[in-house]
Structure formats: structure tokens, C-alpha cells
Design a protein around this ligand. Structure first.
Ligand code: PMP
Length: 391
């Protein structure tokens, strides 16, 4: 039976990592994989997390099963940061822990599907796994163009997609630090999107995977909160893997906002059933460490500092790239106003290959670059390499 399965293509980014690792050139630059890097090129464990992990080893007295909802102390501790004042909106918001943001997106899409969603409106481009998850569930994708050719978010296309939506549609929006483009909606654009969603029957799913890495925790949740203020119900997929540096520990959460507080338990019981059928319960360790950080004032302050440092460094890199102005045929200035870990450079396949072969600069085939892969030590070499391949 298994013989009937077709060969699937390898993950392109994983293949790129292998090429990068095999490259003997000492000045090689990795802009492929989506992890934060310090100016020394490392991805260290956060100090606040290390401290919490020490406490965890001391204090944790059992590893017996939890329920499919995972660590609810963790789920609740995050809520003030995500939702601000009145984090439950009068008892209408509740959540559950998931294996990373991927698990949260999967569960959000599966829950929407179970509730009758047949189509999902998604901007293009998007994080490639969005489409994989949605298609795997048998949901049809309706796409709209996310950005204009000047590197700005396109308000008209998203509003048109909302206007044209049909009953049974859901819409997936990136809360901040859009992956891959780094192009986010402005506050004014979010207000308009929220108003349009309020006038539609769409179920919004907001994917917030980089809170704190754009303009700060509060600012990065502006769009989410604007939408929640205008719609009766929504799903929120959250990841702690970037903003707590927990990548391989798989830390995320799904939150549901119901129309009325009496509905939330019933809706979430479906999330629990789906989790049970998929992964039974999420991995404990990383979420427990986040809970300990957020329940301790000193550790929370330490986390804020570390997050501020990451954001400032990425801003510095973006400022330097934008300052370079026109490089070869590329206008680098939009990178200065984009947010988060990623941006897309409009390069051809040949130029991307030439960057790799002639300059040991590794980036995804889509032209997506990881801003944090650039350091004060390699950024000038990168700009020169860009100039060389785009003349
Ligand atoms: N959503 C988006 C937009 C992402 O970019 C990512 C991760 N790259 C995720 C969700 C999933 O994050 P995680 O690593 O926590 O599964």
C-alpha cells in the first residue's frame, strides 16, 4: 500500500541549510533560515528563559499528563500582553496551548473547517505553511495580493477580498511582521480592515507569530485588537517561538473569541477534541518556562529587555540597508519601514544563484532574506554583493 505514495519535494529551506553548511568559505552569509541571530551570529537561549528553566528543574515535581489544553497558567499569563486591558473581553476569550504557532494555525484552520468554513481568504505571498495546512484540510484558498509594487501593504485588495466574501468564508491575516514581506498594515489601514470585517460575515483568523519584534508588544497587537473590537468572533494563533527564542520547544497557543461568554466552553471543547486526535497534548517544557517568566516581575523585565534588544538590532540593520538607497538596480529604502525578521528582495533566480555562487550569500529562492542574518560585520559585504549581481 505504501508503495502508492509519490516522492515529495524536500523542504527548500532545509536543502539550503545543507548547502550553506557544506560551503567552506569563511565569510559566507546565511539569510535563509527564520531564526533571530545576534550580532555575533548566534541564536542563544534568552537569559530570562534560562533562569526560568533552572527554577523549573527545582520546582517541577511531576511530569504526569495534563489535558489537551496544556498549561493553562501559561495560556492565561500571556493574555494581558496579547489582548491588553480586559484580556477576556468579558469572558468571551479563552485559549489553549498548542505545539508552536504551527499547531495553533493548524488548530485554528481545523476548527474553522469543523464550523463549516469552505474557503479561506489569504494574502499572497504568505508563510508557505499556511497554504499547506489549509489545503491539507480540504479548504479552498482564495487569494489576494498583499502588497503594492512600491513595497506598501495594499489596502484596496484586502478590502475587495472582504467585500467579495461569501457565507462560509474565513480570512487569515498576519498580526504583525508579515512573513515573508515584512510589510504590515498601518494603524489606519487596520482600522479600515477592522471596520470592513465588522460589516462582513467572515471569520477572522489572526496569526500573531512575532509580537514584540516589529515596534513593540503593544504596537504589534494593534491590528489584532482593532479587529477584535469590531467583530463578534475570531480565532487567534499565537507563537512564542520567536519572541521567547523557544523555536524547537514548540510553544504556542490558540485563542478563541466567542460572540457571547456562554459559548466559549462549547467552542473550545472542539479545539480540545481536535488536539486530542492530533497530538493529544502539547509539549510542556517551553510553555512552563514562559509561565514562570511571566509570573515573575524581575524575569518579565529581563524578557522585555532582551526583546527590546532584538528589535533594536533588527532596526539598525534595516536602517543601514535603507541608507544604502539604490544598490545596483534595487531600491533598498522600503526595507527601512518594513518590520520583523523578513523582507523580500525583488531578485531573479539567476541573481539569487549568483549571490550564492560568487559571494556565498544564501537566501530563499523567493528572494526572502532574514534581516537578523546580517550583522555589522557582514552587512557591507552583502550590500556590495547585491550591487554586483544587480548591475
Ligand atoms: N505563522 C507565521 C506567519 C510564521 O512565520 C511562523 C513561523 N515561521 C509560524 C506561524 C509558526 O511558528 P512556530 O515556529 O511557532 O510553529
Amino acid at each position: 500500500m505504501l508503495d502508492t505514495l509519490d516522492q515529495q519535494p524536500p523542504d527548500a529551506l532545509l536543502a539550503l541549510i545543507k548547502l550553506y553548511n557544506d560551503d567552506p568559505r569563511v565569510d559566507k552569509i546565511d539569510l535563509g533560515v527564520g531564526v533571530y541571530r545576534t550580532d555575533d551570529g548566534g541564536t542563544p537561549v534568552f537569559g530570562a528563559i534560562k533562569e526560568a528553566e533552572r527554577k523549573l528543574v527545582e520546582e517541577q515535581d511531576s511530569k504526569a499528563y495534563l489535558g489537551p489544553e496544556g498549561d493553562m497558567g501559561f495560556v492565561h499569563a500571556l493574555m494581558p500582553f496579547i489582548f491588553g486591558e480586559d484580556p477576556t473581553r468579558g469572558g468571551r476569550i479563552e485559549g489553549m496551548q498548542t505545539p508552536g504557532g504551527t499547531g495553533a494555525v493548524r488548530l485554528a484552520a481545523a476548527l474553522a473547517h469543523r464550523a463549516g468554513a469552505k474557503r479561506m481568504i489569504v494574502g499572497a505571498p504568505s508563510w508557505p505553511n499556511h497554504a499547506q495546512i489549509i489545503k491539507d484540510l480540504g479548504i479552498e484558498i482564495v487569494s489576494f495580493t498583499h502588497a503594492t509594487s512600491d513595497g506598501l501593504a495594499d489596502l484596496d485588495t484586502v478590502k475587495k477580498a472582504i467585500e467579495d466574501s461569501q457565507p462560509g468564508d474565513a480570512i487569515l491575516l498576519h498580526g504583525c511582521c508579515h512573513n515573508p514581506t515584512g510589510i504590515d498594515y498601518t494603524h489606519e489601514q487596520w482600522d479600515e480592515i477592522a471596520a470592513a470585517l465588522g460589516n462582513s460575515e467572515l471569520l477572522p483568523i489572526i496569526d500573531l507569530a512575532y509580537q514584540g519584534l516589529g515596534h513593540g508588544l503593544e504596537d504589534d497587537s494593534y491590528g489584532l485588537r482593532a479587529v477584535l473590537a469590531k467583530v463578534p468572533e475570531a480565532l487567534i494563533a499565537y507563537s512564542c517561538d520567536k519572541n521567547f527564542g523557544l523555536y524547537r520547544d514548540r510553544v504556542g497557543a490558540l485563542y478563541v473569541m466567542a460572540e457571547a461568554n456562554g459559548q466559549i466552553d462549547r467552542i473550545l471543547s472542539n479545539g480540545h477534541a481536535l488536539a486530542r486526535a492530533n497530538w493529544s497534548m502539547p509539549p510542556d517544557h517551553g510553555a512552563a518556562a514562559v509561565r514562570l517568566v511571566l509570573r515573575d516581575e524581575a524575569l518579565t523585565a529581563m524578557w522585555h529587555n532582551e526583546l527590546d534588544g532584538m528589535r533594536d538590532r533588527m532596526r539598525q540593520v534595516r536602517d543601514r540597508l535603507a541608507e544604502a538607497g539604490t544598490v545596483g538596480s534595487l531600491d533598498m529604502t522600503p526595507l527601512g519601514t518594513q518590520n520583523g525578521l523578513f523582507s523580500v528582495l525583488p531578485l531573479t533566480k539567476e541573481q539569487i544563484l549568483k549571490l550564492r555562487e560568487d559571494h556565498a550569500v544564501y537566501m530563499a529562492g523567493s528572494g526572502r532574506i532574514n534581516i537578523a542574518g546580517l550583522t555589522m560585520g557582514n552587512i557591507e559585504k552583502f550590500i556590495d554583493a547585491l550591487a554586483d549581481v544587480t548591475v
